[in-house]
Write a protein that binds this ligand. Structure first.
Ligand code: HEM
Length: 538
């Protein structure tokens, strides 16, 4: 998730215009555009890059391409040699460069990591929801949370626990729900359902179980409206809206506590109160029982970390620290893997050859043998699907000091470097002439084992790379492989014909209209023996 301002800027949806920009603002913008048009030919821009207008920066170009912004952005990067400057609107301080050059990305994410924090621009916009959580933190505050979270997340105990939570939710929630849907009739066939919505609900319940040890019940019968999930979604949306709102507007609204800013304050408070209450209840449970040995969720593990981590007070982490890190985890793990799975199922529906190889892999895993623990083909197919449809399509970091990127592009202090993951996954130079094809085999070696580790991590930044590599990557693969295997073994997923499938303009690559599918029970079921599908790499 997160610092994905390119898409936030690109994602200036009409809904946003309706909600946040008044007619008078638009009139001023139109006048400015008109006044500037005479100067248009004199404006400088890198060859092939979008025009940068005074005041409104890159926005006119974005507006012209609202319908195909990802592909348009990728084509513009390809034309301009992989990097071009951008400037946002309204003097909001958002300017810098957009790049898809792996060497530049390596420089920002690893080689010169110290010069490229998330920065105050990001932190300020997510302050209400995330507080000082890992997703919002830099420097020592980030390092302390990173080492605590990584130690727990990569422990054998957590891996086993989290794999168990996925299996229980698949067996006890997802499969029974799909089974019921496959039996429910409508107009002579099985009822159609939005797969994306079902998977988002699944992932929310799953991340809450893993991070907090609670079940919000989004996947319960009747697919209910869950206030905590709704508050989380609204707080995220409204925080992101700040990236495309003139700062003087949202800051004034915040001070006056009106409109979306009031709503944001309320939604963020609801989220933090819920997480805070969970921390307080767990603390009370620990006091009464003297142990949380039966609990393996992240919150309980961090609360009882023993001996207390060097960066914590002698009595352990504070309740605020625990609340903030858990909220960040929910934000990070809430929708990424469900969105990835939705694109994956959609791609499989139009690639029966790949589907049949995935099914072979799943059947082999069920029958035991070496692939039972790895399911390398499924791993490769998921990896390939995220290359074409990365759940986080763009991300950014903010420069502390002036710098020069490896391709010679200058970056000034406080400017942002946006790396466009979507374009990087479709770059011919990195992936060859068949870069637009869905071909899981490109990730396998001659003996059919997953060989993704051979690729530069800075070519495939779907999970970020360098010191801030996604700490939930292994969890995400376990979750996605378990869901994909269980669903495909039991059901044929039939995409309802005639619907328009396209990405939504957002910081997460949702399908704009969801994905309507029907589930049909397979005649011959592969009886799955559950196992922990280990990630081929991490
Ligand atoms: C397909 C699924 C996922 C994808 C594609 C993904 C991608 C990413 C990306 C691109 C970042 C970097 C964000 C930034 O620096 O702005 C990130 C960070 C992070 N992710 Fe994931 N993620 C996924 C699933 C998860 C899950 C399930 C969890 C939790 C269990 C998680 C936890 C985190 C955390 C805590 C960070 C912050 C790491 C840090 O700043 O040190 N992610 N992820």
């Amino acid at each position: 998730m997160a610092a994905r301002v390119l898409v936030a800027a690109m994602a200036l949806p009409l809904r946003f215009v309706r909600e946040y920009v008044r007619a008078s603002d638009l009139a001023v913008a139109a006048a400015v555009l008109f006044a500037c048009s005479a100067a248009r030919s004199r404006l400088t821009s890198r060859r092939g890059a979008p025009m940068l207008w005074p005041v409104v920066g890159v926005l006119p170009a974005l507006f012209a391409h609202l319908g195909d912004v990802y592909d348009w952005g990728a084509a513009a990067l390809a034309r301009s040699g992989g990097t071009f400057p951008y400037r946002g609107a309204w003097g909001g301080g958002s300017s810098g460069v957009i790049t898809s050059v792996p060497a530049n990305v390596e420089h920002v994410l690893k080689t010169n990591f110290a010069n490229y924090p998330k920065g105050p621009y990001y932190r300020e916009r997510f302050a209400e929801l995330l507080g000082a959580g890992i997703f919002n933190a830099d420097g020592e505050a980030w390092r302390a949370q990173r080492s605590a979270a990584a130690a727990e997340m990569h422990s054998a105990r957590f891996l086993e626990f989290s794999a168990g939570t996925v299996r229980r939710l698949v067996d006890g929630g997802l499969v029974p729900l799909l089974d019921a849907l496959s039996r429910r009739r409508e107009g002579g066939g099985a009822v159609a359902v939005d797969l994306q919505d079902v998977l988002l609900r699944f992932a929310f319940d799953n991340i809450c179980a893993a991070a907090l040890g609670v079940d919000p019940g989004c996947l319960a019968e009747g697919l209910p409206d869950v206030p905590f999930a709704r508050a989380f979604e609204r707080a995220t949306e409204l925080s992101l809206a700040r990236f495309v709102t003139p700062p003087f507007v949202w800051k004034a609204k915040r001070r006056l506590r009106v409109g979306g800013e009031r709503e944001l304050a309320e939604a963020a408070r609801a989220v933090r109160d819920f997480a805070g209450r969970t921390v307080a209840d767990r603390r009370a449970e620990l006091r009464e029982a003297g142990t949380l040995a039966g609990r393996c969720d992240l919150l309980s593990r961090l609360m009882t970390a023993s001996p207390p981590p060097p960066d914590a007070a002698p009595e352990g982490y504070s309740d605020e620290f625990l609340r903030d890190i858990c909220v960040s985890f929910i934000l990070a793990g809430r929708d990424t893997s469900s969105v990835a799975l939705t694109w994956f199922f959609w791609l499989l529906a139009s690639h029966p050859d790949v589907e049949s190889r995935v099914l072979d892999d799943v059947a082999r895993a069920a029958g035991g043998g070496r692939t039972a623990t790895t399911m390398d083909y499924l791993h490769a197919a998921l990896t390939e699907s995220m290359r074409l449809y990365p759940p986080v399509p763009a991300d950014f970091k903010e420069a502390l000091e002036d710098d020069v990127l490896p391709d010679g592009t200058a970056v000034r202090a406080r400017q942002r470097v946006i790396y466009f993951t979507y374009a990087m996954g479709r770059d011919k130079a990195s992936w060859g002439p068949d870069c637009l094809e869905f071909r899981p085999e490109r990730w396998l070696n001659k003996s059919g084992a997953f060989a993704g580790g051979a690729e530069s991590p800075f070519k495939y930044v779907v999970f970020n790379a360098g010191p801030r590599l996604c700490v939930g990557k292994r969890f995400a693969y376990t979750q996605m492989k378990t869901v994909a295997a269980a669903v495909l073994a039991r059901f044929r997923v039939e995409v309802v014909p005639g619907q328009e499938v396209k990405p939504k303009l957002n910081t997460t690559l949702y399908m704009k209209n969801g994905l309507m599918v029907r589930f049909a029970s397979r005649e011959q079921r592969h009886e799955l023996r559950h196992h922990v599908p280990a990630a081929g790499e991490d």
